[in-house]
Ligand binder design. Sequence first.
Ligand code: GAL
Length: 605
Amino acid sequence: MSKSLAVEQFELGVCYYPEQWPESLWADDYRRMRECGFSVVRMGEFAWNFFEPEEGRFTFDVFDRAIDLAHEHGLKVILGTPTATPPAWLTHKHPEVLNVTLEGVQHQHGLRRHYNYSSPVYRDYCAKITEVMARHYANHPGVAGWQIDNEINCETNVFYSVADHAAFRSWLRERYGTLEELNRAWGTVFWNQSYSDWEQVHLPRPTPADSPNPHQALDEKRFISDNAISFLRVQVEIVRKLAPNQPITTNGLFGHLDSHAMTDELLDFFSYDSYPNFASIWNDADRDDPLLDRKWSNNLAKVRSISPNFCVMEQQSGPGGWVNRMAQPSPKPGQMRLWTYQSVAHGADMLLYFRWRTASFGTEIYWHGINDYHNQPNRRVAEAQTIGRELGRIGKAVAGSRYAAEVAIVRDYDNEWDGELDAWHGPLTGESEYGWSKSLQLNHIPYDYLYMRENTGLDELARYQALIYPHPAIMSEETAELLKKYVAGGGKLIFGARTGYKDTRGHCRMMPFPGPVAELCGVTVEDFTLIPGGGAAPNIRWVDGGEERGAAAVKFNDILRPMNESVETLAVYDGDYYAGKPALTRASYGGGEAYYYGAAFTREV
Ligand code: GAL
């Protein structure tokens, strides 16, 4: 059962940094927040120095006053633990808490998230500040909950300090038990990489051609995720113990982190930081017919697979960008409102704008808030007021409502992480998710994301009429069995190129592909070729369409061979040395059907 936000009434709010403004502005700020219909503010997540200005001296005066005054104005406070920004006194005294790049360069004070998750010293400092804050605010009537740290794995999601190498070693010992097992899993007999002592084992380090051992690289990502969760766990356990009535969340969504496991194991619900104008500088802006704002639906679909009712802890409310990066246009009139309802439609039951007022100093002077530097009325405040009024009227009806879909795109973390390094399957997933999500959206077919995890059960799959699992290169025998049961029970399952050719260590299987689901799909891959970037892909031709040509079979071509006559060939390749060979097949299996498409999916296919 997923962890989900449970509120009676939709909650609207804003991120606020009382420590960045003269105290004389606070009362007016809070009063105007209420005029916008806001009921919640998040604060404190970067304010360690205000709680512990020097080691062991704890002060609460600033935040006590800020929280009391918020409470007097009828605002609930979500309080951040400030561990994303260790103070200078701490990093100066204990440089070992700092993060280090792959090349061995230590990050220094001056931005944020410059620490590592493994340093026992840093974990102790984090535990202490969390304990002191949780003890102090546990029974404060104005504190409604906690955000642990801020955006775990944002800015950087790799860690190479001495403590990280040591923690990785312990993680590996736990996972593999012996060096023999580790050597087998990493295939170290190849290029004489075998280890004879645990001290020789490290996270990836610089190598010629920047190409680490791929099995080590996959374990690195698994480790980073587990290690991030274990870092958060220290704080979560303290808050749970000392403030048992205040719910706990944290804000994502970032790479190298199993946000599903994190939420299930630690949080009451997941929170998402939503900046849809990234769509204007990333994603599909440069393609024909871009989805733009609707591209964000795809992110929100991933978010609600973690918590069906979730919080948007930060929703873009102005032009965005740091001084030197991520520069984005202003939301147009009405666009903030559009994004808000888009989040609501996906299951958000709490939403806070980022941020109340644009900072007039620091790295984020261009991440605009609702209020401008001048603090005079503007169109964004007016739009927030409109939204506040509307949600005030419908907020009870909205709370708890959930998105419903009968189709899901299936993903999993192992393939996401392995595919980051592996150019022979990684790039296919992005292409296919883009193709599918665009096609489903433009055809008005609601869809979910389903994450295949160790504990995923048949009941979760059986909720869907059709599952699309584009490129599960890594597939365990257990997953294959589960998928067979789903299809046998009447489900439709669609695979793309490269399915099932690796085991969970990332070794290629010494059997015909698609390995453990060959029987389910009724095909084997008799030959295959990668279509290099810019290389011409053959088209497909629909078998029942006479000479009608289909779309290009992009990125990779698995050339299929049906195992028996009951397997239908729906399309063949229409070019290259494999013209006429099956490209898309359908097999009946029990009460359902399995489709195999030999390429990456595009909207046109
Ligand atoms: C988030 C972060 C905020 C702020 C915002 C705009 O990543 O949590 O603190 O930095 O983006 O950049």
